[in-house]
Design a protein around this ligand. Structure first.
Ligand code: PEP
Length: 250
C-alpha cells in the first residue's frame, strides 16, 4: 500500500550540461515505469536545469539540503522558497555527510524539516548509525534518538510529507551494503518508533527508504523486504543506465 520511492542523491557531482545529458538519457528509459515515485537530487547549481528537463515527466526534483530561515544574512545558505522557485518538490535533510562534515545535528534536522514542510517541500530525512555505534551495539538506540529528536514534534498531516531514509554510515559510498536482514530489522525499528510517537496509522503510512551502496544487483532483495519502501541511491544514481535499472527493480 505504500508507494515506493527511488531517489538519486548526486552529492557534489555534475554541471548543468552534464545534468541535461543525464536527463536526455534517463527520461526515454522510464517510458513504462509506473510502480514508483522517482526523485533526483542534483547540486544547487543544476536544480533549475533539472527541473526544466523533468517537467512533464514522472521525475521530481529534490535539493540535497536547505536552511531554516526564510531569507537574510546567511552567506552560503539557501532558503525553502528559493528551492521551490528553482522547481524542487523535495529536499533531503540530515544526510550523514552533512552530520559528519558540516555540523548537522538532530536539532538542525528538526528546524530544517519544519521549514521545508511549512514552505511546501516534502522532506527525505536521513538517519543512520556509524560503524563504531553498530559494532558497539548501539545502532538501534542511535537511530531511535535521531527519529525522536529530528521528527518527534510534527503533526500527522506534516509527517505525511516526510520520508525517512535509513542510511547506515558504514554502507555509504563503501560498496558495503547492509544485508536485507539488517536493513529490514532497522526499518521495522524505525516504524515502531514512529508508531510510539504518532500512532499506528502514521507508522503504517510513512515511507522508509534504505540507502548505502544500493546497486542494480542488490535493489531487488532490499525492495522485497516488508518495511523497505524505496532507496536513496548515491554513486549508482550518477549514471542514467544504472539509475534506470535500479528504478526498474521489479
Ligand atoms: C547516499 O549518498 O545517500 C548514498 C547512499 O550513497 P551510496 O549509494 O553511494 O552509498
Amino acid at each position: 500500500m505504500r508507494r515506493p520511492i527511488i531517489a538519486g542523491n548526486w552529492k557534489m557531482f555534475k554541471t548543468i550540461a552534464e545534468t541535461r545529458q543525464f536527463f536526455d538519457a534517463l527520461i526515454p528509459a522510464l517510458q513504462d515505469v509506473e510502480h514508483c515515485d522517482i526523485v533526483v537530487a542534483p547540486p544547487f547549481t543544476a536544480l533549475a536545469a533539472a527541473a526544466e528537463e523533468a517537467e512533464g515527466t514522472r521525475v521530481s526534483i529534490s535539493a540535497q539540503d536547505v536552511y531554516w530561515e526564510p531569507q537574510g544574512a546567511f552567506t552560503g545558505e539557501i532558503a525553502v522558497r528559493m528551492l521551490v522557485d528553482a522547481g524542487c518538490a523535495f529536499t533531503i535533510i540530515g544526510h550523514s555527510e552533512r552530520r559528519q562534515y558540516f555540523g548537522e545535528t538532530d536539532q538542525t534536522v528538526e528546524k530544517k524539516t519544519r521549514a521545508a514542510l511549512k514552505g511546501g517541500l516534502d522532506a527525505i530525512v536521513c538517519v543512520g548509525e556509524s560503524l563504531e555505534e553498530r559494532d558497539g551495539g548501539s545502532a538501534a538506540p542511535v537511530v531511535r534518538r535521531q527519529v525522536q529528536n529530528g521528527l518527534g514534534a510534527f503533526s500527522e498531516a506534516e509527517l505525511s510529507h516526510v520520508a525517512i531514509a535509513y542510511e547506515p554510515v558504514w554502507a555509504i559510498g563503501t560498496g558495503r551494503t547492509a544485508t536485507p536482514e539488517i536493513a529490514e530489522s532497522m526499518h521495522a525499528e524505525i516504524r515502531k518508533t514512529v508508531a510510539e510517537i504518532y500512532g499506528n496509522s502514521a507508522a503504517v503510512a510513512i515511507r522508509i527508504l534504505y540507502g548505502g551502496s544500493v546497486k542494480p544487483d542488490n535493489i531487488k532483495s532490499l525492495m522485497d523486504c516488508e518495511n523497505i519502501d524505496g532507496a536513496l541511491v548515491g554513486g549508482a544514481s550518477l549514471e542514467a543506465a544504472s539509475f534506470a535499472s535500479i528504478i526498474k527493480y521489479r
